[in-house]
Design a protein around this ligand. Structure first.
Ligand code: ZN
Length: 159
């Protein structure tokens, strides 16, 4: 169930993805929101420097472990333009973070890449709950997924 508050944060995640694209990185953006609605941390993808692990969801997991209590982490929500990859799902689970809401799914990204004749990512596109079964997950949101598809198309010169 995705409500208006969720949509507002999800729109911000897509804005962050656009900022990543403008900075020459892959268009993925994410933010961490506390139980009271406070935005705690935002980041976007930073893989262009050559480190393929510089995903925003991974940065959020690491940030949270030194700044939030276990209870605060469990009550926080991660909003992200693209569903967590397996690495980030694992980091999310090990950090004990709470709900995930995504604009577009890993399955959607995989199908877009395939449709554009591009090779699949080196890490298998698993749904978050395949990696972290206990986490509440909502998404995709069709209208925003379409925006993410356009950003990906731009990044891959397919528009
Ligand atoms: Zn990731």
């Amino acid at each position: 169930m995705v409500d208006e508050t969720d949509l507002r944060h999800l729109r911000r995640s897509v804005e962050l993805a656009a900022e990543a694209l403008a900075a020459g990185d892959e268009p993925f953006g994410s933010l961490l929101v506390a139980a009271d609605g406070t935005v705690l941390f935002e980041d976007y993808n930073h893989v262009s420097g050559g480190d393929g692990t510089q995903h925003p969801e991974f940065a959020i997991a690491r940030w949270s472990t030194t700044r939030l209590s276990p209870a605060e982490r469990a009550a926080a929500t991660v909003y992200t333009s693209g569903e967590h990859c397996a690495m980030c799902s694992a980091a999310h689970g090990w950090a004990g973070l709470g709900r995930i809401v995504y604009a577009s799914s890993s399955a959607q990204l995989a199908s877009w890449l395939a449709g554009w004749g591009l090779p699949p990512a080196p890490v298998r596109a698993l749904p978050v709950n395949e990696v972290v079964p206990g986490v509440e997950v909502d998404g995709p949101v069709d209208s925003l997924a379409e925006e993410v598809r356009a950003l990906q198309a731009h990044f891959h010169d397919r528009d």
